[in-house]
Write a protein that binds this ligand. Structure first.
Ligand SMILES: [Zn+2]
Length: 438
């Protein structure tokens, strides 16, 4: 492998030397545990990345390349980066990141895709920031001081809660689908995910974990890893994709299938979602994902059944808000739903390729409605599978044909407490009214 790489370097080297490479753009994306720096290139490069200390610096030497200093001059105070300098060095360029602390770094090249050309990606790691790690740190600190019992103080309030992992699709380098009016899927889904998290947290007995809470990219496998490490009870990935037929609209809900897709659209969407890592810029020589998923296959059949039940509830709630696409829950081989041993679904809020839906997706009111629909589905699922939870709080908007007793059953509360919480005299309720769930 090593000699093959060497051979390739030899083969590629003359071509690069003749061509000379231009760095055309430099972008930075700041995540909770890393800053990603992306160099757009006119052709592939060979490069070298190393760390220096006293003072702390990360240095990238790019061979046979040109970079206009103005591309990096403006990068200031981003995470550990204080500023960035560049200088010519032989036939190439040296880029120096002045850092405020010692950090780990990683770099890799990314091949061109539909959105970008050749790229060099440099990740400046600023910390593990995994929920498990954070909890452990609390325990260690408490024990060391010896003044407290080693209790998981950070999690104490939420112990036993129903934890919902909310995954806003795409982010950072990967904008997701782009609407005709220029709306980015990554922005819409983050906004809805945040609204959804607030609503989940408002229900006593439930707690939200935002997998992504900013404009940065997380690899598909890291998304599931984060949910697993936090021991989430449920995983919801939120999207608003494009379809080639711009008249197609409506919300849809998907779950994982290992045996092919349930429709042409499901297949198309899974294909485009699974490309995200190539756009977002993740190391292509990533470790084999199948090891974990083979073990998880044992519990997979049950999980798919559970996922279907959960997805059906979400779809029913979304149907009360607006159009839904198709008659049921669809299945396809979505990478972001693999390696998950918890019920999981991917919600397409609407099709951003449909001009009317693009406009609605931008509205705060519609985003709030979607979040409420999804939280109602989550709540209905949680109440059905975990009757011990005694979920309290939240609200429900009455639909035509609803009865108080049905709503009471759905939320595991009594009709009387529902009446009390909403000052209802009789059993008549009008459609459109928002009920407080006790
Ligand atoms: Zn998407």
């Amino acid at each position: 492998m090593r000699s093959l790489a060497f051979l390739l370097t030899l083969l590629l080297a003359p071509a690069i030397a003749v061509a000379g490479v231009t760095v055309t753009e430099v972008r930075t994306w700041q995540g909770p545990d890393h800053v990603r720096v992306v160099f757009d290139l006119s052709a592939p490069v060979s490069h070298d990345l190393f760390i220096l200390d006293g003072p702390h610096r990360a240095v990238v030497d790019i061979a046979d390349a040109e970079l206009a200093p103005t591309l990096v001059d403006t990068i200031r105070d981003e995470g550990p980066i204080q500023r960035v300098r560049s200088a010519r060095r032989g036939d190439g360029v040296r880029v120096v990141f002045d850092l405020d602390r010692a950090i780990d770094t990683e770099s890799f090249s990314v091949a061109p895709n539909e959105q970008y050309g050749h790229r060099l990606v440099v990740d400046l790691q600023t910390g593990p920031a995994t929920p498990a790690g954070a909890g452990d740190a609390v325990i260690t600190a408490a024990s060391a001081e010896g003044d407290r019992a080693p209790v998981r103080t950070a999690d104490a309030a939420g112990a036993g809660d129903f934890l919902v992992a909310i995954d806003a699709g795409h982010g950072g380098e990967d904008p997701g689908a782009i609407g005709a009016a220029g709306t980015y899927e990554k922005d819409i889904v983050l906004s809805v995910a945040r609204r959804l998290a607030k609503r989940v947290d408002a229900v006593a007995g439930m707690r939200a974990l935002l997998i992504r809470d900013g404009d940065y990219y997380i690899g598909l496998r890291d998304r599931t890893r984060k949910a697993r490490e936090a021991d989430a009870d449920l995983f919801v990935s939120v999207h608003a994709d494009a379809f080639r037929d711009r008249s197609v609209k409506g919300s849809s809900v998907f779950v994982l299938s290992r045996n092919g897709a349930s429709s042409e659209m499901a297949r198309m969407l899974a294909r485009s979602e699974n490309r995200a890592d190539r756009i977002g810029g993740v190391s292509l020589d990533d470790k084999d994902p199948e090891v974990a998923s083979v073990l998880l296959d044992l519990s997979r059949a049950h999980t798919v059944e559970e996922s279907l039940a959960f997805a059906a509830k979400v779809k029913r709630e979304l149907g009360a808000i607006g159009d839904v696409h198709g008659s049921g829950v669809e299945q396809a081989g979505f990478a972001v739903l693999k390696s998950l041993d918890m019920p999981s679904a991917l919600v397409e809020l609407a099709f951003i390729s449909n001009p009317e839906e693009e406009r609605r997706l931008r509205s705060a009111d519609y985003q709030a409605q979607l979040a409420r629909g999804i939280v109602n589905g989550i709540r209905a699922y949680a109440a059905a599978t975990r009757p011990d939870l005694r979920l309290a709080g939240g609200e429900y908007t009455v639909r035509r044909g609803d009865t108080l007793s049905e709503i009471a059953v759905r939320y595991s509360v009594s009709v009387d407490s529902l009446r009390d919480a909403n000052n209802l005299g009789g059993s008549m309720i009008s459609a459109g009214r928002t009920l407080q769930i006790p």
